[in-house]
Structure formats: C-alpha cells, structure tokens
Design a protein around this ligand. Structure first.
Ligand code: PNS
Length: 167
C-alpha cells in the first residue's frame, strides 16, 4: 500500500534533528511532504518563504520528499495532499504531553489521519530551533546542529537585526 505522510512544523529554522527525522521517515512512506506552517502565533524569526527555502536545501537529494507551506488546520492540509499519516518527532518525555494533546485533537478532527511518533538520533535529543536561535543571537557556534545554509542565514539575520528577541 502506498502511504503518504506529512511532516508538519514551524521549522524556524530547520535543525539537523528535523533533517534526521525526515531521513528516517522517507524510506517508510511513498512520499513525505514537509509542511511548514505559514501563519503561526510564534512570530517566527524567518519568513515562511525563507523557512521553505532552507528546508528545500536541507532535504535536497531525498527524491520522495517535498516541501511546501500551509495555513489553516493541519488535518485539512493532510486531506488535500492525500496523506494518511502525520509524522511528529519526540525528543524527550517533556515533548510527550503537547504531542499527545495535538495527536488526539487531530484524531478528533479527522479519523482519516493517524499520527506516528518517531525519535531522532540521540545526538539531537537536546536540540531545538529555539536554542539554536538563542545561541546564534549571542554569537555562539551552531555548527553541526543545523544545515550549513541555515548557519549562514542565522549569521545574516542576526547581523541585520541585532538586539531582536529570540522566540
Ligand atoms: O514545530 P511546531 O511549532 O511544534 O509545529 C506545530 C504545528 C505546526 C504542527 C501545529 O501548530 C499545527 O498543526 N498547526 C496548524 C493548525 C492546527 O491544525 N491546529 C490544531 C492542532 S491540534
């Protein structure tokens, strides 16, 4: 059976933990659609187009992975692209409560989509987009934590907007 999966998130910015999860999920599904939330309450550092561009570079070479923006309900997007699975990463127990709540709410909204949780490599279990931004803001190195193009974009962003808050 050919199953399509959606891997949704804010990806502000994509980290090597996200890329690790995409690499792990790609062989399991016919197609993996990375869905980047456009209008988020989180007020991202990067615009949706910047986040899409960085993600596209990061997954370049994975032939069954595509990247797109979305707005509105995730389950509606999943229906539109004919995906039966939502992939979410769980790093530690602390992620579980939020993820469980979201998975069960999505199940209530649609019985056609099932959430599948996956674990990234241990090396990325303490990695988050928020910490990456904070480290970059204060001039620390994020080499090895994010794809090289993201490292460059972070440097450029914080050079341009010094003093901006980390979200
Ligand atoms: O990377 P994030 O910020 O944890 O991803 C959260 C995301 C994008 C998966 C979630 O906010 C989402 O699905 N938003 C779309 C709106 C929606 O469907 N909300 C109801 C979820 S139960």
């Amino acid at each position: 059976m050919k199953i399509r999966a959606v891997y949704p998130g804010t990806f502000d910015p994509v980290t090597n933990g996200h890329v690790d999860l995409i690499r792990r999920s790609a062989p399991l599904y016919d197609k993996v659609i990375v869905a980047i939330l456009e209008n988020t309450e989180k007020e991202p550092l990067f615009t949706a187009d910047e986040r899409v561009e960085m993600m596209r570079r990061a997954v370049d070479g994975l032939s069954n992975v595509s990247v797109t923006k979305f707005t509105g309900l995730l389950v509606d997007f999943a229906h539109r692209v004919d995906a039966a699975v939502i992939v979410r990463g769980i790093r530690a127990v602390s992620d579980y409560e939020y993820e469980l709540q979201m998975a069960l709410m999505n199940r209530r909204l649609s019985h056609k989509v099932e959430t599948v949780f996956m674990m990234p490599a241990e090396a990325y279990s303490y990695l988050s987009s928020r910490l990456v931004k904070e480290i970059s803001l204060f001039g620390g190195s994020v080499r090895g934590l994010v794809p090289p193009s993201v490292e460059k974009q972070l440097k450029r962003k914080y050079r341009r907007s010094s003093g901006r808050h980390v979200r």
